[in-house]
Design a protein around this ligand. Structure first.
Ligand code: ZN
Length: 265
């Protein structure tokens, strides 16, 4: 297994705008840089944190901003959010996310669908990559994506933990499938990761807030942040019997294709 000084890792999903990280964010980004994590897709979860994501991304070119409303916060979305999001997206090269559907949270499912559909439409119209969170709502999600009237935007399913059949239908739609520490903590995920073609594969920490996955991959007491993704890459490359450096290059390329319309040129 080889890496070179130029090995670049992508963390395809994180939330570094979280307020409690404020005092340590520079250290987190420095550790990311020194371990080779050279790009991070930083996802907002509700309107209140859009600006924090925008500000962070403006400071650090490694951070690529995604702005959206997470299904957990569907009911807190205030009137006019979609216009305000449009305005921001026209000013800033940002993706849309994280959004999606979640049947295990309290937010009204009808409202979740309404909000998700608007973000899907916006991503299609503005040609922005879309990050989807889906928990126990695969049937409805697939129905929406498979019957979507416009051209589908580039879609990433983050922290995939669905069935093999779901995976196949998502792949048919051209979705990118992103795997997190659940690759270690959930036995169903391992075969799905292996069944995902290399060209559709992404890896993420979903940090901060994933101590279980962190412990499983890096051991207790280690940090829950993008730098911790290196072990996940090593694991996934070993699963595929691939050289780590080559594997990193392929995943980096996938991230660049997914976020093609918003990456700095
Ligand atoms: Zn997330």
């Amino acid at each position: 297994m080889t890496t070179t000084a130029t090995t670049r890792y992508l963390d395809s999903h994180c939330h570094l705008q979280k307020q409690h990280l404020g005092p340590v964010i520079d250290d987190i980004l420095e550790r990311a840089r020194s371990t080779g994590v050279a790009r991070m897709f930083c996802n907002a979860t509700r309107e209140e944190d859009w600006q924090a994501v925008v500000d962070l991304a403006a400071r650090k070119y490694e951070l690529i901003p995604f702005l959206g409303i997470h299904p957990w916060f569907a009911e807190t979305a205030m009137t006019g959010w979609e216009e305000r999001l449009q305005v921001l997206l026209k000013q800033i090269p940002a993706g849309i996310g994280e959004t999606g559907l979640d049947k295990c949270c309290r937010a009204d499912f009808g409202r979740q669908q309404q909000i998700f559909l608007l973000q899907l439409q916006m991503a299609s119209e503005l040609r922005r990559p879309l990050v989807i969170h889906c928990v126990r709502a695969w049937g409805r999600l697939l129905e929406i994506l498979e019957h979507f009237a416009g051209p589908l935007p580039r879609v990433m399913i983050h922290t995939f933990a669905g069935s093999h059949e779901t995976l196949q239908r998502l792949l048919k739609l051209g979705c990118f499938i992103s795997f997190s520490g659940k690759l270690v903590t959930n036995s169903r995920v391992h075969p799905c990761c292996l069944a995902t073609p290399l060209a559709n594969l992404l890896l993420e920490t979903d940090s901060p807030g994933r101590p279980l996955a962190r412990d499983a991959i890096n051991g207790p007491g280690t940090t829950d942040e993008p730098a911790a993704i290196v072990k996940l890459y090593e694991l996934a490359a070993t699963m595929r019997e691939m050289d780590l450096d080559k594997f990193c290059q392929e995943i980096w390329k996938n991230g660049a294709i997914f976020a093609n319309t918003i990456l700095p040129r």
